[in-house]
Design a protein around this ligand. Structure first.
Ligand code: AMP
Length: 540
């Protein structure tokens, strides 16, 4: 297919807000093209160029693109926001080219191979090489095509082609059930691969194709996790980097949680896998942490091993890594995804030996035992525990309740800045509280969470009276108050939140006690909230 035609389709996709129409256009495209070409077309339309598991990168910034196009067109400062529109209008203003008559129009394949050549330019002089290829490419495209090409290169096609929509279009194009396509996309790592395989669905993990990792939900406490799952397995929750280990035919590749290939950053872990795993073909999952004398080192140290573009051998000594495995997904051609957790775990223990370690675990049904295990995990310097249902399959890419994470509880001193009347039994009181941290720059109190948990009836009574005295504004059931009451708040996690102006929201906040003797200027600052957030958030 000509690239010009693809650009035309992209315009059609962009100009309709109907999801059904977008799906129909993409499905039609998939049906028309041969698998390899359809695969490339979808990657271009979604502005990815390469799928997540492909380590190649274009390395072309907007500035580089701008430089190349302005050299071609001799135009001044850009205006506007859409890169594609800009480049298109710049090319339109260019003098008529003389070469048009002699050049064949570009095909999708040709454009894609030029993009691959750009990604392939590495090492000394690579910047110049990339720019030369880009220049040649843009001197051949028509303005209509330039819009799609420029946006795809900077990864901003903005056609509304979400992964869900691609999955719909693929189901439609091949007549598959949606849930089957979704599952195959998780197992293969991305939906593009299904198209490349001509619509053939694969439900068994494929060695060297990273699978979307199974995700956990949060439980408030070990007790709550055991109450929900019943008799279950508890494992240490290590605060490291999740890794998928693929081994086959003597080769080993390691992939991060985002499916990028991290093999070259961790030669020591690769060596350890080579010595510690007795299987021909295998896919395993685990967590890498930095550890010295049996003690985990801070996450900030671990992450230094992954920051550099080129591996520095000195770091192996300085930041020793250890691999703890917790799951088995494929073994010598046998699919383990559907097998119950407890069976996967037993097999895992069978196939690995020192220096590879399986994460410590315990099967419990008694909450007291669970709490003891949690304490043990925290005492050893880990982040908390994972509770796993014994009969649960491995569900790639889904954040379900088969796995529940329980993290260490943190506390902050926060001010109550607003409140709401409760429901049912609590309608007599202001029982829902908005909790705020201090912005150290402006002195403002910014909300970071809300809770109705933790107070006794007497305390609700007291609080209601006190809040009424402090009210500055009333809107129905809701009041704003002067920030004078300070409470100690426990929570399990901090999330980024667009809902609050502070940008953060506490998960499972509950009041531990009312801080009678604390004044509002002793309330924790937003910096402290940010610091706690940064300490927990950091995934590769
Ligand atoms: P979170 O990132 O807070 O959602 O927690 C989930 C992450 O915890 C996983 O992606 C793993 O990287 C990590 N993790 C640590 N220990 C375990 C474990 N025993 N089982 C599963 N995941 C674990």
């Amino acid at each position: 297919m000509l690239f010009r035609e693809l650009a035309g389709l992209a315009r059609r996709i962009a100009s309709t807000s109907s999801r059904r129409e977008k799906v129909a256009i993409v499905a039609e495209l998939i049906r028309r093209l041969d698998p390899e070409e359809a695969y490339k077309a979808l990657l271009i339309l979604t502005g990815r160029i390469f799928p997540p598991s492909d380590p190649r990168e274009l390395n072309v910034s907007w500035a580089t693109l701008w430089k190349v196009v302005s050299e071609l067109t001799r135009r001044g400062e850009p205006k506007g926001v859409d890169v594609g529109e800009l480049v298109e209008s710049m090319l339109r203003s260019r003098n008529k080219r003389q070469t048009t008559l002699f050049e064949e129009p570009l095909t999708i394949d040709e454009v894609y191979s030029q993009l691959e050549a750009i990604a392939g330019a590495v090492g000394p002089g690579s910047k110049g090489k990339r720019e030369a290829i880009l220049k040649a490419l843009f001197s051949r495209v028509e303005p209509e095509e330039a819009w799609l090409l420029a946006n795809a290169i900077v990864g901003e096609t903005r056609l509304g082609l979400s992964e869900g929509l691609l999955i719909d279009a693929i189901s439609y194009a091949y007549g598959h059930r949606r849930e089957d396509v979704e599952r195959a996309a998780m197992v293969l790592g991305d939906p593009y691969e299904i198209v490349r395989r001509g619509g053939r669905l694969e439900f068994k993990p494929v060695v060297f194709r990273p699978i979307r990792p199974m995700l956990a939900q949060t439980a408030e406490s070990v007790r709550a996790a055991i109450a929900e799952l019943g008799r279950c397995a508890l494992e240490y929750k290590l605060d490291g980097v999740r890794v998928q280990v693929h081994m086959g035919g003597g080769r080993i590749r390691l992939f991060s949680r985002r499916l990028s290939d991290i093999t070259t950053s961790v030669p020591d872990v690769v060596e350890c896998v080579r010595n510690g795993i007795g299987a021909g073909e295998i896919i395993l999952e685990g967590e890498i942490i930095a550890e010295r004398n049996g003690k985990p080192l801070p996450f900030q140290m671990l992450i230094r091993r992954f920051r550099r573009a080129h591996f520095d051998p000195k770091l192996v000594e300085e930041i020793p890594l250890k691999l703890y495995l917790f799951d088995l997904l494929l073994l010598n051609g046998e699919n383990y995804l559907e097998k119950p957790y407890i069976e996967r775990r037993a097999k895992l223990e069978e196939v690995v030996r020192e220096p590879v370690i399986v994460i410590p675990f315990e099967v419990v049904s008694d909450p007291e035992e669970g709490e003891r295990f949690m304490k043990e995990a925290l005492d050893k310097g880990h982040e908390g525990i994972m509770a796993k249902r014994l009969d649960s399959p491995y569900v790639p890419g889904i954040r379900g309740r088969y796995w529940l994470k329980v993290k260490e509880v943190h506390t902050l001193d926060l001010a109550i800045v607003a409140a709401e009347r409760g429901y049912g039994r609590r309608h007599r009181w202001y029982s829902d509280y908005y909790l705020a941290a201090r912005d150290p720059e402006t002195g403002e109190f910014l909300i970071v969470g809300k809770t109705f948990k933790g107070l006794t009836d007497e305390e609700f009574e007291w609080m209601t009276k006190r809040l009424e005295d402090l009210t500055v504004e009333r809107r129905g059931k809701f009041i704003m108050v002067r920030p004078e009451i300070v409470v100690e708040v426990a929570f399990n996690e901090i999330q980024k939140s667009p809902k609050y102006r502070s940008g953060y929201a506490l998960r499972f906040a509950r009041i531990l006690r009312i801080r009678d003797y604390k004044t509002p200027d002793e309330v924790d600052s937003l910096d402290r909230v940010r610091e706690l957030y940064e300490r927990q958030g950091r995934k590769l």
